[in-house]
Design a protein around this ligand. Structure first.
Ligand SMILES: *[C@@H]1O[C@H](CO)[C@@H](O)[C@H](O)[C@H]1NC(C)=O
Ligand SMILES: *[C@@H]1O[C@H](CO)[C@@H](O)[C@H](O)[C@H]1NC(C)=O
Length: 351
């Protein structure tokens, strides 16, 4: 009987822990008290069992109570103390760093917690430490790059992204990468390109990066979206159109994509197609501010009296969404005036 209880308790401690023990396959987490909940039940059974055996002997009864009190007291203290660690993400990962300083994930997670509080200087120190303990951690270098960018240190940001990029699997023509490349690591190309393209003389270089990301993962929607923006900026609306159409093949339900495609058609001087695409954006999101505003302007400019009430309605909706924007009221007031009276169209591409 006794043996059975002990065995059961031991099983309860050991078996549920095996899958999380890292022994047979790597598990993706570093601090996980949750994997000890069930094993701790086994531990409690063992303690109860031991106490029962001790206290059944007359001589040891007093001692058994003392032992039990000590166990309960120390564990209660430890729980109380541990509660402070769980106060926030920052305190939790800091407490984990006290026991394990060689895990990049922990340094990164403390960095993320600080980043969420917009404490970029301190976050940077933790991200940099993550790259020191694990120099091949692509995510850590990306974190450093992003934080430098948030601190307006463009040059350092670029250097970090370059390191992250150099750690990516190298391109071999005609080979598929989807299986090997984590999607969030592909963001290296996007982030680096977004950084580089702020310099007007490096647009071509940025485009190269988007294309590289696309070649590594042909279903990488964000790459098409960013590339479309860039191509429009480079005055290549036809190529931009192609990029947006590819992105729309991957996701038809994104109102911003239809909106951006409409802007391309404005650049291509095709107001009819532009309006069609604005309308698709509005079907998906009737409160899409820029689509409301720009499509209303387009309707007004068409000079077609039949669409004037709809244009007015859209401007009214726009003003409801964006009461601070004087342009909305301006165009309402000048409704019916010829198109020369309208202020510059807010051609703004969405990320
Ligand atoms: C970086 O520059 C932007 C715009 O120039 C500014 O709004 C922001 O406050 C700056 N950030 C830092 C940390 O200096
Ligand atoms: C932009 O890029 C060019 C060529 O790489 C470089 O010479 C120039 O210093 C850069 N400008 C800025 C503002 O970074």
């Amino acid at each position: 009987m006794c043996l059975l209880v002990r065995r059961k308790a031991l099983c309860l401690i050991v078996l549920p822990f095996i899958p999380a023990s890292n022994l047979f396959f790597p598990v993706g987490f570093v601090v996980a008290e949750r994997v000890l909940y069930v094993p701790s039940m086994g531990f409690c059974i063992l303690v109860a069992h031991g106490w029962k055996r001790l206290s059944s002997k007359n001589m040891l009864r007093k001692l058994s109570w003392i032992c039990l009190s000590v166990v309960l007291f120390t564990h209660a203290l430890k729980t109380l103390h541990r509660n402070w660690d769980w106060e926030s993400e920052y305190t939790l990962f800091m407490s984990a760093l006290k026991v394990n300083k060689n895990n990049a994930k922990l340094w990164n997670n403390v960095g993320h917690a600080l980043e969420n509080e917009k404490n970029f200087e301190r976050a940077l120190r933790f991200f940099i430490q993550a790259t020191h303990v694990q120099p091949d951690d692509i995510g850590a270098h990306m974190n450093v790059g992003r934080t430098y960018k948030n601190l307006n240190k463009t040059k350092e940001a670029e250097e970090s992204y370059m390191i992250a990029k150099s750690l990516m699997p190298q391109i071999i023509p005609g080979k598929k990468y989807a299986a090997r490349v984590a999607p969030n690591h592909l963001n290296v190309y996007i982030n680096l390109a977004n950084l580089i393209r702020t310099n007007e003389s490096r647009l071509e270089e940025a485009d190269q990066l988007y294309r590289q990301a696309i070649s590594m993962r042909p279903d990488f929607k964000q790459a098409y979206i960013s590339r479309g923006e860039l191509l429009l900026k480079m005055n290549k609306p036809l190529k931009a159109k192609e990029a947006y159409l590819r992105a729309l093949e991957l996701d038809q339900t994104n109102a911003d994509l239809w909106y951006n495609l409409a802007i391309v058609f404005i650049e291509l001087k095709d107001p009819t197609e532009a309006l069609k695409n604005f309308n698709r954006a509005l079907e998906l999101n009737p409160k899409h501010k820029l689509a409301l505003f720009n499509s209303a302007l387009l309707m007004q400019e068409s000079g077609d009296a039949r669409v004037r009430p709809e244009a007015k309605q859209r401007l009214l909706n726009y003003v409801k969404e964006e009461p601070q924007d004087a342009n909305g009221y301006f165009n309402l007031d000048f409704e019916g005036a010829n198109s020369f009276a309208s202020p510059g169209r807010a051609v703004e591409l969405l990320p």
